[in-house]
Design a protein around this ligand. Structure first.
Ligand SMILES: *Cc1c(COP(=O)(O)O)cnc(C)c1O
Length: 259
């Protein structure tokens, strides 16, 4: 007898819900250990996993889902659109490297981009967001002067702590320039910074350094309150260092299929 697909889906949904709750509890423990009373946002990283997992997580209460590959993310965004207005559509967060020629597409579906790492990407996202606003306005038949401005796209600038930008991010020397370009770009809003710690060295020390850099960014750009740091393996250290947003994949969804 072949397994009952409805039953299999239900078991998977239960498993995802239990692991999501366990990660939430781990976040709360880390907050308590650090004597923090502010909230820490949880972006569930669903890359490589099927749309049905996203749906199960959203139904369980996940509000932010992260994706790192443009094409996969776009296909999943279309599935959300096809579900219609009743769906509990979460925010779709781009956390992976974006080639500058793909920025227009990302600006269409992303609710937030955490991986802005160049002036070129910021400019492309800005143009894409403005174009989207014009299209929506034209579809609704409003005169150009009466069209509402498009909802700004919240962007975090990704910092590369070791300057090895092959893993994404901008080196510290270039950070202020990219932040300024996001802050000044129409259609974009600078929300803060994101960091993936280098593989070498102590993650806690990396997070503390990133937190200091974030303070300097915030002193200049008051809207830059978000400090996105911490994944399945190191979210506790990141929260101790002041992370306001963790991005967790494996601890909730299990191992990603190897391509
Ligand atoms: C994949 C990914 C994550 C999630 O990593 P896990 O170790 O699976 O929790 C977080 N951040 C970024 C930028 C990623 O690409």
């Amino acid at each position: 007898m072949s397994p009952d697909p409805g039953r299999t889906a239900q078991l998977r949904a239960e498993e995802l819900g239990a692991r999501y709750d366990a990660v939430r509890a781990r976040i709360d423990e880390a907050r308590a250990s650090a004597s923090r009373t502010d909230e820490v946002r949880l972006v569930v990283v669903t890359k490589f996993h099927p749309f049905e997992d996203m749906l199960a997580l959203a139904r369980h209460g996940a509000r932010d889902l992260g994706e790192n590959r443009v094409q996969e993310a776009q296909a999943k965004a279309e599935r959300w659109d096809a579900l219609g207005e009743d769906a509990v559509r979460p925010r779709l967060v781009m956390i992976g490297h974006i080639q500058s020629k793909k920025t227009g597409a990302v600006a269409r579906w992303a609710d937030e981009v955490q991986s802005v790492d160049s002036v070129k990407v910021a400019e492309g996202l800005s143009r894409g967001r403005l174009r989207l606003g014009e299209e929506v306005g034209a579809r609704e038949g409003a005169a150009a002067a009466e069209r509402p401005a498009p909802r700004p796209l919240r962007c975090l600038v990704q910092l590369s702590l070791d300057g090895d930008t092959s893993r994404g991010g901008v080196a510290e020397e270039g950070l202020a320039e990219v932040c300024a370009s996001v802050a000044g770009a129409p259609g974009l809003e600078l929300g803060g910074i994101m960091v993936v710690p280098p593989l070498e060295g102590d993650a806690g020390a990396h997070f503390r350094r990133a937190a200091e850099i974030r303070e300097r960014v915030r002193a200049r750009f008051p809207s830059a309150t978000e400090f996105s740091a911490g994944m399945s393996g190191d979210l506790d250290a990141a929260i101790a260092a002041g992370s306001t947003c963790v991005r967790v994949g494996t601890a909730i969804l299990g191992p990603r299929p190897i391509l």
